[in-house]
Design a protein around this ligand. Structure first.
Ligand SMILES: NC(=O)c1ccc[n+]([C@@H]2O[C@H](COP(=O)([O-])OP(=O)(O)OC[C@H]3O[C@@H](n4cnc5c(N)ncnc54)[C@H](OP(=O)(O)O)[C@@H]3O)[C@@H](O)[C@H]2O)c1
Length: 232
């Protein structure tokens, strides 16, 4: 595959963790990658050095709408087979209920996981080429149907709200490309922690396989990393 004809992916939040692993996996498959970061010296920067000409980096703070619109302007005229919004945060004390969490921490999580993520979908979704895929990193914890034990309240609320907002976006873009809310499973990253059962090396090829398999299949799906539907 020549560089000119190879497909391309935009990953919002690709500095480290799952976003960086996704960038590395797409790059290893010959895709051109544009990843966003905050700051310098991230693992994505190392990937860009290792794969010159294949990995491009832009800066984006998800909570800065002006930055996001400016990046959208810079990308005008570009097209991507896949645009994936990965960036997300958890609240400081995962055990906190909505009675316990500080309003500040609640707003921080919702601002990144819902407002920032959906503004990124709104800003960059239109750059996806016909037949392509808009992906958003949700979580199995966004499932209301599967919430039997009531842990991680704040994070769950944020991902359920993200799912709902994405359903609205899909409703407004019924003629749009494939759209995926991805539940990756519990993966060892800074957020997932050392006790998570799966490593990124194992999980990411499955995630990328599932994303690529959605090409040419319009409509919104909430899927785990194997492509199995997650109950809403
Ligand atoms: N790991 C899991 O088990 C798991 C399970 C289900 C869902 N997820 C979801 O998967 C996604 C990635 O998680 P992860 O485990 O890779 O977490 P991580 O290692 O903590 O990485 C989080 C990523 O989000 C970026 N980010 C956070 N806040 C941002 C902001 N305000 N503006 C721009 N970028 C921001 C970070 O950038 P910086 O490096 O600049 O901070 C980093 O690239 C998240 O949406 C998370 O909710 C993870």
């Amino acid at each position: 595959m020549s560089e000119a004809t190879s497909p391309s992916v935009l990953i919002v939040g690709a500095s480290r963790g799952l976003g960086h692993a996704m960038a590395a996996e797409f790059a290893a498959r010959g895709w051109r990658v544009l990843g966003t970061v905050r700051g310098e010296g991230t693992p994505l920067h190392a990937l860009a050095v290792a794969r010159p000409g294949q990995v491009e980096i832009e800066n984006l703070e998800m909570t800065d709408h002006g930055q996001m619109l400016a990046l959208r302007e810079r990308l005008a005229g570009r097209g991507f087979e896949v645009a994936f919004v990965n960036a997300g945060v958890a609240n400081d004390n995962p055990g906190a209920t909505l009675a316990d969490v500080s309003a500040e921490d609640f707003v921080r999580v919702m601002t990144v996981n819902v407002l920032g993520a959906m503004r990124a979908v709104e800003a960059f979704g239109g750059l996806v080429r016909p037949g392509g895929v808009i992906g958003v990193m949700s979580s199995g914890q966004g499932s209301i149907a599967n919430n039997a034990n009531g842990t991680n309240d704040v994070y769950r609320v944020s991902k359920a709200a993200l799912n709902q907002a994405m359903a609205s976006y899909a409703g407004r873009h019924a003629d749009g490309p494939a759209m995926v809310l991805l539940a990756p499973g519990w993966i060892r990253t800074d957020m997932g922690g050392a006790g998570a059962p799966f490593g990124v090396e194992e999980a990411m090829p499955q995630i990328v396989d599932t994303l690529i398999a959605q090409r040419g299949r319009p409509g919104l799906r909430y899927l785990d990393r194997f492509g199995t539907p997650v109950p809403w």
